[in-house]
Design a binder for this molecule. Structure first.
Ligand code: AMP
Length: 445
């Protein structure tokens, strides 16, 4: 199969040739003809599958071939994305695909001045990539009209809901024309996403290119257990041992990011961090420098977990496990992209056992443990498996009282190493980890 047989026009084929895309990926093979035929789409596609081209190519073709010239302050196709970085990335892909077409494309997002964006929108934009909050601001200030809108794309829809954008999305829908084509892309499909899809999509074609909620299988994944306080030391040890050259590291909190960056910089390592407290320009600069190899270790909160496409990223390290298990899939999706292989290492301490268990249950696999001899934890991380069970060994039992007739139970001898002696696992249900947060907004992870 070729892009030509999918019905794409010559100007797009030329762009693809320039980019070196030879064969459509599975999501592209399914999505492109359906979108060209005007169908609504509900696509479950994990990151790295080529989904951006899957919606952008047919969208650009429809814009170029059909419909009126764009009017002042109007937009004909809208791609909504959860983060500023993703807005830049998607727009960059769109710009490359549209190189040979007479279309105006643009990206708007928060964290930067709104005035230049308002100026740019004055003459109208055929295809606009936007984050929901800034889009609404522009709409409310009459910088944008939607009466020419023919297609809406929701990219990373699950992440938009996770980030608390559901109210903005509802307000945006209310402002859009009822008659339109809608494409919904989501890496994972929670019940909330299905509900959203039910409200927004009209007889959609379902496209699923990977099993639901399964982590990228091109990524070799393992866990190193360690005591919490020794994580930074273990990280440096592994970094030196593995001669890591380009690593994306995820930490739970902004403070965690800053502390690790500081430690690494103190050791002379070329490290930088990105999180929601940093200005957009600083975040983008750190990311750009990481992409071109000027920064060796980029430490990030989950703000960077979605959608970012870094070519041939060999390694992702979870310095902390994510609170929401689905974020694990997005984090490790930064590596092993577009057919290449990658590695994902998670440093796990005893406190995180329930998070580990939730990840294993979600990805339906037991992550291999590969411990470092010098870093065996004092606080054992109980065994876990893909069934969601945390197998805790009982604490040393108290000596049975010699008086009072309690001597009938034989408690045996418990050996802490787990290698010998009788072990009586007590199976505890894993704590339920929220997968979809409908609660208060938490826009800046
Ligand atoms: P995405 O999942 O849309 O973020 O795309 C992942 C990466 O795959 C991006 O770097 C794309 O440029 C690349 N890509 C997308 N489609 C193709 C294709 N058909 N052939 C080769 N590379 C592709």
């Amino acid at each position: 199969m070729t892009f030509a047989t999918l019905g794409l026009i010559d100007p797009l084929l030329r762009s693809l040739e320039k980019l070196g895309y030879q064969t459509p990926t599975p999501v592209q093979a399914q999505a492109i003809p359906a979108v060209l035929a005007g169908r609504d789409l509900m696509a479950a596609a994990q990151t790295g599958t080529g989904k951006t081209a899957g919606f952008a190519l047919p969208l650009l073709q429809l814009l170029a071939m059909e419909g009126p010239k764009v009017a002042a302050n109007s937009v004909r196709a809208l791609i909504l994305v959860p983060t500023r970085e993703l807005a830049e990335q998607v727009h960059e892909a769109v710009r490359q695909y549209a190189e040979n077409l007479p279309l105006r494309t643009y990206a708007v997002y928060g964290g930067v001045s709104i005035n230049p964006q308002m100026m740019k929108l004055r003459s109208g934009v055929d295809l606009l990539v936007a984050t929901p909050g800034r889009l609404l601001d522009l709409f409310r200030q009459n910088a944008l009209k939607f009466n020419q809108l023919q297609t809406l794309v929701l990219d990373e829809a699950d992440r938009m809901l996770d980030l608390g954008f559901s109210e903005e999305l509802a307000n945006i829908y209310r402002a859009l024309p009822k008659k339109r084509q809608t494409l919904l892309f989501s890496a994972t499909f929670s019940d909330d996403i299905r509900l959203l899809a039910g409200q927004m999509l009209n007889d959609p074609l379902s496209v699923e290119v990977s099993p639901r909620n399964v982590a990228a299988n091109t990524v070799k994944q393992w866990v190193v257990t360690v005591d919490k306080k020794r994580k930074p030391e273990l990280f440096v040890h592994l970094m030196r041992k593995g001669k890591w050259k380009q690593v994306l590291v995820f930490a739970k909190t902004r403070n965690g990011v800053d502390a690790l960056v500081e430690k690494l910089q103190g050791l002379g390592v070329n490290a930088d961090g990105i999180h929601g407290d940093k200005p957009q320009a600083t975040r983008q600069r750190a990311l750009d420098r990481f992409k071109v190899g000027e920064v060796q270790i980029l430490v990030a909160t989950d703000v960077a977990a979605r959608g970012l496409d870094i070519e041939d990223l060999p390694l992702v390290v979870n310095f902390d496990l994510p609170i929401v298990a689905e974020d694990y899939i997005h984090r490790i999706g930064r590596t092993g992209r577009a057919g290449s292989t990658g590695e994902a290492i998670s440093l796990v301490c005893a406190d995180e056992v329930n998070l580990l268990s939730a990840i294993e249950m979600l990805t339906r696999q037991t992550l291999k443990r590969q411990n470092e001899p010098e870093f065996e934890p004092e606080h054992r991380v109980p065994e876990t498996d893909a069934s969601g069970q945390v197998i805790k060994k009982p604490k040393k039992p108290k000596k049975p009282k010699t008086s009072g007739g309690g001597g009938k139970r034989n408690l045996g001898k418990w050996v802490d190493s787990g290698d010998s002696g009788p072990v009586e696992p007590s199976i505890k249900p894993v704590r339920k980890v929220p997968v979809f947060n409908t609660g208060p907004r938490k826009r800046k992870p």
